[in-house]
Design a protein around this ligand. Structure first.
Ligand SMILES: *Cc1c(COP(=O)(O)O)cnc(C)c1O
Length: 377
């Protein structure tokens, strides 16, 4: 039992096979179709798809104008890509501490960093941020939400993550197999700003401008094109988009199933001593439950973790505070202890299995294994 995994059905396989028999394996019509479907599901005006979620974050930071000398802020508890996206562009990533309850960015800690150029808040485990609170704390900074965990989630007011409300300028997603839906590798950015979408489409294709009306030089003929920015090849294939389209139709069911597993864990684990359950969504919100990250006493975490692994459960720890990675320490001089809430969370965290294919029996098996592990450690 892994901590998360994909669900691939016959209709997914058939859609990919049909795309492989088509004429265009990449840069074809399924890319546009997948983008339109993502925009419809999230309620954003534009969706731009990428080879992976890290490329999506990189493109969003580029489009926001992040560059050398800039300072950005992200959550101390996230995957390294939430900070790397700014470092790629020569900016200095800084880290806000997390709220001990939600494990999302603490707005007070964000404010305490002082003015920054961009903020990358994370919907940790799939629990949505509070857009207006984050936007207020971000001030003039461009807010790029890292919703790699959050496709299918809804903010407390019931609007979908990805709709880019109240000062959220862009929202990035990942379609890695452990995330809400998968394209193998893949990612996207949603935005309501057409100019930012155009900039990200150039960035994904070497910085090449396709709109002939925007050419700087004379149009020398049908072959002529111009590179305006130093972009990358961050394109996604049409057969991956075919998979994305069939997966997206099942998004609601996937997230609903993850919520049912989470509810079952809550019922079963609430009376278990020494287990802290993750925060739930509030109001009309919906958690995407990419992860179900419990906390146990720090002194016993290693023992519990090892016992669960020995019992065949693919538990994980999400995440080491980003600033503690050796590259961050040597490049920027960060030291352990920078964000106390992040350190305290990390010391006790264990992500236990949650994915749509899990049964109630599986929940019981994990709960029993956890009780045994706690009793023995
Ligand atoms: C998965 C993930 C990413 C990166 O997505 P990839 O598709 O793996 O490149 C970025 N941020 C967070 C928080 C993630 O979990």
């Amino acid at each position: 039992m892994p901590y998360s995994r994909q669900i691939i059905d016959d209709d997914d396989v058939a859609a990919v096979a049909a795309a492989l028999r088509g004429d265009l394996l990449t840069t074809g019509p399924l890319v546009d179709e997948f983008e339109a479907a993502l925009a419809a599901v999230t309620g954003a005006v534009e969706a731009v798809v990428f080879a992976n979620g890290t490329a999506a974050l990189h493109a969003a930071c580029f489009a926001a104008g992040v560059g050398p000398g800039d300072v950005t802020a992200t959550s101390a508890i996230s995957f390294a890509a939430s900070a790397n996206c700014a470092a790629y562009l020569g900016a200095t990533p800084r880290f806000a501490d997390v709220d001990p309850d939600t494990v999302n960015v603490d707005p007070a800690s964000l404010l305490a960093l002082g003015p920054v150029d961009a903020v990358v808040p994370v919907d940790f485990a799939g629990l949505p941020i509070e857009p207006d609170v984050i936007a207020a704390a971000a001030g003039e900074a461009t807010v790029i939400e890292d919703a790699a965990h959050g496709l299918g989630a809804r903010y407390a007011d019931g609007t979908p993550v990805g709709s880019c409300p109240n000062g959220i300028v862009m929202t990035a997603f990942s379609f890695h197999p452990v995330k809400s839906i998968t394209t193998g590798e893949g990612g996207a950015v949603t935005t309501n700003d057409a100019d930012l979408a155009a900039a990200m489409r150039r960035f994904r294709h070497h910085g090449i401008e396709r709109d002939r009306s925007k050419f700087v030089g004379a149009d020398e003929g049908p072959w002529y094109h111009e590179m305006h920015d130093l972009g990358f090849n961050y394109r996604i294939t049409d057969f991956q988009c075919a998979l994305g389209l069939t997966q997206l139709k099942k998004l609601d069911g996937f997230v609903e199933a993850r919520n049912e597993i989470a509810d079952a864990y809550r019922d079963r684990l609430a009376p278990v001593e020494d287990v802290i359950l993750p925060a739930a969504a509030t109001g009309a919100g919906r958690h995407a439950y990419h992860l179900f990250a419990i906390r146990v006493p720090a002194a016993r975490r290693r023992g519990v973790f090892d016992a669960l692994r020995a019992d065949g459960l693919g538990v994980q720890v999400h995440y080491l505070p980003i600033y503690r990675h050796p590259w961050y320490r040597t490049t920027y001089g960060y030291e352990a202890g920078l964000c106390p809430n992040a350190e305290a969370y990390y010391a006790g965290a264990i992500s236990i299995p949650i994915y749509p294919g899990m049964s109630k029996d599986d929940v019981e098996r994990v709960a029993r294994s956890l009780e045994t592990a706690l009793a023995a450690s």
